[in-house]
Design a protein around this ligand. Sequence first.
Ligand code: NAD
Ligand code: DAU
Length: 358
Amino acid sequence: MNKAIIVTGGAGFIGSNFVNEWLAQSDVQVINLDCLTYAGNMENLSALKEDPRHVFVKGGIGDSALVSRLLNQYQPYAVINFAAESHVDRSIHAPEDFIQTNIVGTFRLLEAARIYWNGLSSEDKANFRFLHVSTDEVYGSLKKDDPAFAETNRYEPNSPYSASKAASDHLVRAYHHTYGLPVLTTNCSNNYGPYHFPEKLIPLIIANALADKGLPVYGDGQQIRDWLYVADHCSGIRCVLEAGRIGETYNIGGWNEMANIDIVHTVCALLDEARPRQDGKSYREQIVFVTDRPGHDRRYAIDASKIEKELGWRPAETFATGIRKTVQWYLANPEWVANVQSGAYRDWVETNYAGRNQ
Ligand code: NAD
Ligand code: DAU
């Protein structure tokens, strides 16, 4: 069997966690294709600098010639597609990149994979997998008492981000039904953990709290998300890659629904304990309620019983253990946060928060 995998978007938050964990457990070489947008960060991969099992290639999934060259050169048995524009707020301000990367990019990656796969021996063809990493946001928004999202829920994406991910999921599905490409799709809930870019809620709250800035909570803070520690998402993906049924989709989630305001309170309490404010007050004092996100989905919740029943996967962390590790990681890595808070990051903060009433 071929002894390499291609991971796209492996310098981002989840992709870098995946690559680091993969190579901690396996000697199968990783070809990491990432074009290093603002969200891609080589520091996330610093532990692999001298490691010959990790080959980093700077480039985009939409570059068909490059992708074909990598496929033919390294003969991978799997492509795992993390590459995406991933931030809902940015998709509201500037949707174009989301269409280009998430839809056009995924299409080109699929097309290159199909051509490569067609040329493989029958044994390698049977072993090949294209695993597409997607999101629970494609299912839309739940009401308070609705059952959690199952794989059979209809797609009802509400933001340019989720619509672009939904489109990419449909293309992946079509490549299986039309061409027989052996695909797998995972739809996961909100991740948190090390290397999470501080434009997203949890790392933003930690960074702002420590910098004595406001902690912006959109609307009434009662929106619900289902939080999963990133290492658990990565183990779920490995499980689906190894044993998932071809053509199937698997929801991955933490069985952990929480309102945003409760997330913020939990982070504040952990920081109060680990790094108390000099004035003895709680970091909660810094919370500010700001204008809501347009079209803000009210509730997401994942029913992860299919992956548990079929593949025996369950998350290893509870929210209590995962969020403690996460806060500790950010306290131990202030230079990582400082380095990503570049000029471009400051421009984004200005764009997203300046117009919001407080
Ligand atoms: P991220 O924004 O942190 O990282 C995305 C990475 O993709 C970056 O390294 C970026 O440089 C790279 N990239 C962007 N466009 C590219 C292109 N055209 N070609 C190659 N590389 C490109 O995102 P993340 O949070 O790590 O999410 C990874 C994947 O998981 C995404 O597909 C996202 O939709 C999905 N997902 C994320 C979450 C979450 O909570 N963060 C939950 C479920 C699913
Ligand atoms: O559900 C999975 C999705 O989770 C992934 O597909 C996305 O890639 C990922 O970014 C994430 O999307 P969210 O929009 O849920 O994540 P974000 O961290 O941006 O926001 C989480 C919640 O917190 C959401 O309800 C909006 C709210 N929020 C966010 C920010 C940045 C605030 O209240 N204040 C903020 O400043």
